[in-house]
Structures are given as structure tokens and as C-alpha cells.
Design a protein around this ligand. Structure first.
Ligand code: GLA
Length: 384
């Protein structure tokens, strides 16, 4: 059953009446452009056909009752009181979004009953949390008939995650969940927030393979990468690494390396990755899938060697996938890193071969069974 069917059905069972509306917000997969968003750079993700569904109805008071179906937990808070953190992490995504909507629209106090269900695997780099934030943002916008556009909903989601949940993420995941487009990869300029859609290449599928390795130290590693990038931006005297061209980087690379080896490596990744995203757009436009595959491979190597966010299981999955896909199309790790998923752009007639090669080798080598998902590029948050 799809999440929207589950949330509708469970809403009725749980509250004893029918939900008036259901919203669906997708997760995302990033094709190329990793750890560039918080450097004001470029990314090229798409929204996927896995996401969070929220069924809801207005109440005639200011209470929100929230039922998280998948984990059988509840939250309740009053919009006419200051919104405080909950002891449940998932509930803080909900409360945080409502809090920052109220910061913009203090008159928003509309109570509601909500039931939510998701099929985005958690902690695997597919943005289950952004799907939650954006589904709640859209729900609140509809409940209060607020004049919020999708970009604003995305930025409120990011603000909630940064300030209320305490994860210092960039803006890619929320923008993609809000503004994804059917059958399109969306290149986002994370500074101007301009979006350039490029069709998913004809005859190709998007495969996501979950290593099923979850990492506990992700937040600390993520924050230290951000600091190292900030150090490098200061070294170059710019607002963000987006403002350093590959040529400018090469000119002062040795100097930076002497001063701070890690900042050098992180900057090398970010600056080259921004360039690869722009090259990837050109390759897609020219239908040059060999070039796109090379760019994905370079991106992976750069994450492995310079940004140091891959793990052996993920490197192995990428190697297997690259062999299976061969020249046209490619594979790389996707998302924040330290586990999670790889993404593949694979010719339709090689999908089964890819699935088989991974099934035959990955578990044998690592002792962990992978999960294989075929995805389609989807629209961002919408009513169902
Ligand atoms: C996580 C963050 C994003 C982005 C990616 C890495 O998904 O939430 O903002 O930084 O990592 O590209």
C-alpha cells in the first residue's frame, strides 16, 4: 500500500472520522553535486516516488494531534502556546516547522488532527526528514490558507532542521522535496535558488541501491566538513567556495595545503564538484551519457579521497555498479555520506544485469544484504 493510502485509512481508524485532505512530499536522490549546497554551489537532484503522506482535518481549537503511523507514536501541542522541543526527535521536525511558520505568520493557530506515513528509508541519504518537513509545511499552509510559496516552505523546513532539530543541513533536500518536477533532474543554484530542469535521459533508469549501513557519527562529521569549507572560503577571501574558480584554486592550492591540509582537500572537492555539476548539465543536454558517467565516477572518487565521506561498503557497491553499467551511464554515492545509498543512471536494458551483479556479490563480500529501488523523477509536494 502507498503511504497516502495508509495515512488516509489509519487516520479514519485512529480518529474515528475521515481526513479532509492528504498531502504527499517526496524524498530525493542527488545525481551529482554533493556537499556543495551549503557552499552556495550547484546540485542536480530529483524528487523520487518515495515520500511522506500526511492526512489531516481542521479542529475547532488550536491543538495539533499528530499520529506517526510507522512508529506508532503520538505528539500533541498547542499553537496558542510557545512551541517547545519534544523528547521525540521526529516530533521536533513537525513542531519546528510550525514554530517557524508562526514566526512569519503569528496569527497561524489553526488546530488539526494529522496522521502520517512514509516509505522513505530512514538514515540512508534519501531525505526522509525533508519529506517530513515539507509535508508538514504544506499542510500548515493549507490549514491556515497562508500565502506561502513552495520555496518559502522549503526554507522554513531548512530553518526548522537547523535551529529546532539541530542539524546544520543545506537547502538542497527541502528545495527538491518542494519543487521537484516529474521526469526532470533539477539543477539548483543554491545561492540564487534558480532551478534548471533537464529531462531524465531517454532509455535510462534511476536505480538506488541502499548499502543498509547506517552511521552514528554523521552529524559531527557533517559539521566538521562545513567548518573546513568555511575555513577555505576565508582563506580565499570569499563569501563561499562557490566564488572560487578551479583556476583560482590551483593558483593558491599549495599555500592552503601548507596551512590546513583538510581545508585544502575539502575545497578541492567542492570546487571541482561545482564544476562537474555544470558539466553534467551540458552532457545531459548533448545526450552524452559516457561523459555523464565519467563525471559521476570523478564525483565519487573526490568524495572518497578528498572529502572523505564514503565507507568501504559504499565504494564496493559503486565499483560493482560501474562494472555492470560499463561506459554509458554511471554510479556514485548519493547524500550526506558515511553509509546510505548509491545512485545509478543505467540503460533500461542493463537494469536486471545491475541488480544481479549486486545481488551476487555485495552480501557475499560485506555480510549485509542491499536493497534495490528503481525510481522515477517526480513532482514536489502536492495534494493527493
Ligand atoms: C545532506 C544535507 C544536504 C546536503 C547533502 C550533501 O543530505 O541535508 O543539505 O548537504 O547532505 O550533499
Amino acid at each position: 500500500m502507498k503511504p497516502q493510502q495508509i495515512s488516509t485509512q489509519k487516520f479514519a481508524e485512529h480518529y474515528g472520522y475521515q481526513a479532509s485532505q492528504t498531502v504527499f512530499a517526496p524524498g530525493r536522490v542527488n545525481i551529482i553535486g554533493e556537499h556543495t549546497d551549503y557552499n552556495d554551489g550547484f546540485v542536480m537532484p530529483c524528487a523520487i516516488n518515495y515520500g511522506m503522506a500526511v492526512s489531516f482535518s481542521k479542529r475547532d481549537d488550536s491543538i495539533w494531534r499528530v499520529y506517526a503511523i510507522d512508529i506508532e507514536q503520538h505528539d500533541e501541542f498547542d499553537l496558542s502556546q510557545p512551541i517547545e522541543p519534544s523528547k521525540h526527535k521526529w516530533a521536533n521536525y513537525v513542531r519546528g516547522v510550525v514554530k517557524y511558520i508562526q514566526a512569519k505568520y503569528p496569527e497561524f493557530k489553526q488546530g488539526a488532527d494529522l496522521a502520517m506515513a512514509s516509505d522513505v528509508p530512514m538514515s540512508s541519504g534519501l531525505s526522509s526528514s525533508a519529506a517530513l518537513e515539507i509535508s508538514i509545511g504544506k499542510t500548515a499552509q493549507l490549514l491556515g490558507e497562508l500565502p506561502l510559496n513552495l520555496t518559502e516552505i522549503a526554507l522554513i523546513g531548512q530553518e526548522a532542521e537547523n535551529k529546532f532539530v539541530g542539524a546544520n543541513c543545506g537547502n538542497m533536500d527541502q528545495l527538491t522535496s518542494a519543487l521537484g518536477q516529474k521526469d526532470q533532474l533539477i539543477m539548483i543554484d543554491c545561492r540564487s535558488l534558480a532551478i534548471t530542469p533537464t529531462p531524465v535521459p531517454q532509455g535510462y533508469s534511476i536505480a538506488i541501491i541502499n548499502s543498509n549501513v547506517k552511521h552514528d557519527l554523521v552529524t559531527g562529521e557533517y559539521n566538521s566538513r562545513r567548518k573546513e569549507c568555511e575555513f577555505a572560503a576565508q582563506f580565499f577571501g570569499v563569501k563561499a567556495l562557490r566564488d572560487v574558480t578551479p583556476e583560482q584554486f590551483i593558483e593558491r592550492a599549495h599555500e592552503l595545503q601548507r596551512e590546513n591540509q583538510l581545508a585544502y582537500q575539502r575545497a578541492k572537492h567542492v570546487i571541482s564538484e561545482n564544476h562537474r555539476v555544470l558539466e553534467a548539465v551540458k552532457a545531459l543536454k548533448a545526450n552524452d551519457m559516457q561523459k555523464l558517467g565519467q563525471l559521476m565516477a570523478e564525483s565519487h572518487n573526490s568524495m572518497r579521497d578528498d572529502f572523505e565521506i564514503t565507507i568501504p561498503e559504499i565504494d564496493y557497491l559503486v565499483e560493482l555498479a560501474q562494472v555492470a553499467i560499463s561506459k554509458n551511464g554511471g554510479a556514485r554515492m548519493t547524500g550526506g555520506g558515511f553509509g546510505g545509498c548509491i545512485v545509478c543512471l543505467v540503460p533500461n536494458d542493463k537494469v536486471e544485469h545491475l541488480r544481479q551483479i549486486i545481488a551476487e556479490n555485495y552480501e557475499k563480500q560485506t555480510g549485509i544484504k542491499e536493497t534495490f529501488h528503481l525510481c522515477t523523477a517526480c513532482d514536489g509536494v502536492h495534494l493527493v
